[in-house]
Design a protein around this ligand. Structure first.
Ligand code: KIV
Ligand code: ZN
Length: 527
């Protein structure tokens, strides 16, 4: 049965709405915070991926969150996905979210309140009747401002079923158009989800006029399975994140849900608007921005997801790919022709290659990226797609950085104390420093400490190779901690020391951005 929705018009019953919360639930996990420019880039990529709703942030959480949601709403003022702002049930929260999403062509307010006995008693200190009243008031207030209102029952999967029905009924009566039942703590199993959605759809008056939504955390590794079970039981919106990032063990991974639906359409005949060929580049962009790589064996987007190592498998795939491949690597954006140009390739070929990898750069960025590509091709025998992706992401993501590495020379050898001499640009001004250290990396980091004095301590230093071979680029991750705040930086180069310096500079840029963001201390973040 088709349903009518204020943002989507008449929706076919087989269509599943994809609600991306990478920029909200995903961003609020430790180490994954993004600055405004990074969020805008991610928002752009999510729109190109075809998400229907983008939860852009939690506007009351901080001035920075408010501004990010506002900027994303301004970006999608003419068209694009529905832009959603999260809010608790207090009027001030809701009005702040309304203000933030206002410029968007299509706006949604997502308001939530805990409904489990445990949360109501310990966290809210509210009775059931008070919670019901708050649901009615908050949803009505949101509906006075926007037509598209989502209401969530926080800790819904652990809520008494009778009471959950009453809460959902109150939310629908007050005008909610989407009802989300989160498994906030990742406790549910697929049967629970089936039971909950079947019950709500059968028992709650008005259930056939709203869209039911599922939001699952991965504490037991069941988020995707639970999401699919909810769809089977009638949920038609899935809340998910790229690479499955999110509170604690994360949320359901958007790419896994989308590809499960597409690959197993024989048993799950549902459609989404996801442009699956854009999955890999969206995943990589997020990894570059946040400096958190996905694990190599991660489904769909992990480095090994389509790699066949054993002889028996390789033999089978060479004879017929379907022997061991249930979906094609190209369908999610992996390129079959991973070998690319060398040092004789021109600017036009480079631009073409970028287009096939899904990048469109402005002239200045293209020039900078091309210069770095030429430099890389001079030092490396073969340049793979992975190298280009690492290089371009580095370039694009760093475009707004306040601090830039201009030059670095390190003198080292057996029996000598290594010395690093470097030049950086800080807010457009060139600064130089020289420092010694216990090793080449230590000397480089000491020199950087001189140009940007800070109290941060180094928590992690990790080196990974982007491809194989001794001329491969090194990708370095540096994690710094300052006053309890963690930031990760990444840098890539064929020279490990330069990659290390880039990673450290990236992390320092994030620290600078964090210092300028303010958050009210009493703000309590929700899962
Ligand atoms: O996990 C959760 O309960 C949430 C809600 C705010 C939807 O993220
Ligand atoms: Zn959540």
């Amino acid at each position: 049965m088709a349903i009518s929705h204020p943002s989507f018009g008449t929706i076919d019953d087989k269509r599943v709405i994809v609600f991306d919360t990478t920029l909200r639930d995903g961003e609020q996990s430790p180490g994954f915070s993004m600055n405004l420019e990074e969020k805008l880039r991610m928002a752009e990529a999510l729109a190109e991926l075809g998400v229907d709703v983008m939860e852009a942030g939690f506007p009351i959480a901080s001035q920075g969150d408010f501004e990010s949601v506002l900027s994303i709403a301004q970006r999608f003022a003419k068209d694009g996905p529905v832009v959603c702002g999260l809010s608790r049930s207090a009027p001030g929260d809701i009005l702040r979210a309304v203000e933030a999403v206002k410029p968007a062509a299509r706006q949604r307010i997502h308001t939530f309140l805990s409904t489990s006995d445990l949360h109501m008693r310990v966290k809210l200190r509210m009775s059931r009747e008070e919670v019901l009243e708050a649901i009615t008031k908050s949803v009505s207030l949101a509906r006075n401002h926007v037509a598209d209102v989502e209401w969530s029952a926080e800790d819904g999967s652990r809520t008494d079923p009778e009471f959950l029905c009453r809460c959902v009924e109150a939310a629908i009566k007050a005008g909610a158009t989407t009802i989300n039942i989160p498994d906030t703590v990742g406790y549910a199993v697929p049967d629970d989800l089936k039971r909950i959605f079947t019950m709500l759809r059968e028992r709650v008056p008005g259930a056939d006029g709203v869209i039911f939504s599922t939001h699952n955390h991965d504490d037991l590794g069941l988020a995707v399975a639970n999401t699919l079970a909810a769809i089977e039981a009638g949920a038609r919106q899935v809340e998910a994140t790229i690479n499955g990032i999110g509170e604690r063990a994360g949320n359901a991974s958007l790419e896994e849900v989308a590809m499960a639906l597409r690959t197993r359409a024989d048993v799950m005949p549902y459609t989404t608007g996801i442009v699956t060929q854009n999955i890999l580049r969206t995943s990589r962009l997020l990894a570059t921005i946040t400096s958190f790589d996905v694990q190599p064996n991660k489904a769909i987007v992990g480095r090994n997801a389509f790699a066949h190592e054993s002889g028996i498998h390789q033999d089978g795939v060479l004879k017929d790919k379907t022997t061991y491949e249930i979906m094609t690597p190209e369908s999610v954006g992996w390129s079959t022709n991973s070998l690319v140009m060398g040092k004789h390739s021109g600017r036009a070929a480079f631009r073409d290659k970028l287009a096939t990898l899904g990048y469109t750069l402005g002239d200045n960025q293209l020039n900078d990226a091309f210069r770095r590509f030429k430099d890389l091709a001079d030092r490396k025998k073969v340049v793979y797609d992975e190298d280009i992706v690492a290089l371009v992401d580095d370039e694009v993501v760093r475009a707004q950085d306040r601090l830039k590495l201009l030059a670095l020379t390190v003198a080292t050898g057996m029996g000598t104390r290594p010395t690093a001499s470097l030049a950086v640009e800080i807010d457009g001004e060139k600064v130089e420093a020289v420092a010694g250290g216990d090793g080449a990396v230590d000397a480089t980091f000491n020199a950087l400490q001189q140009v940007v004095p800070h109290q941060a301590t180094l928590k992690l230093y990790a080196v990974q190779s982007v491809t194989g071979g001794t001329d491969a680029q090194a990708r370095v991750t540096v994690r710094l901690e300052e006053e309890g705040k963690l930031v990760d930086g990444q840098g890539a180069d064929t020279d490990t020391i330069i990659a290390s310096a880039r990673a450290y500079v990236h992390a320092l840029n994030k620290l600078l951005a964090k210092r300028s963001r303010t958050a009210p201390p009493e703000m309590m973040r929700s899962a």
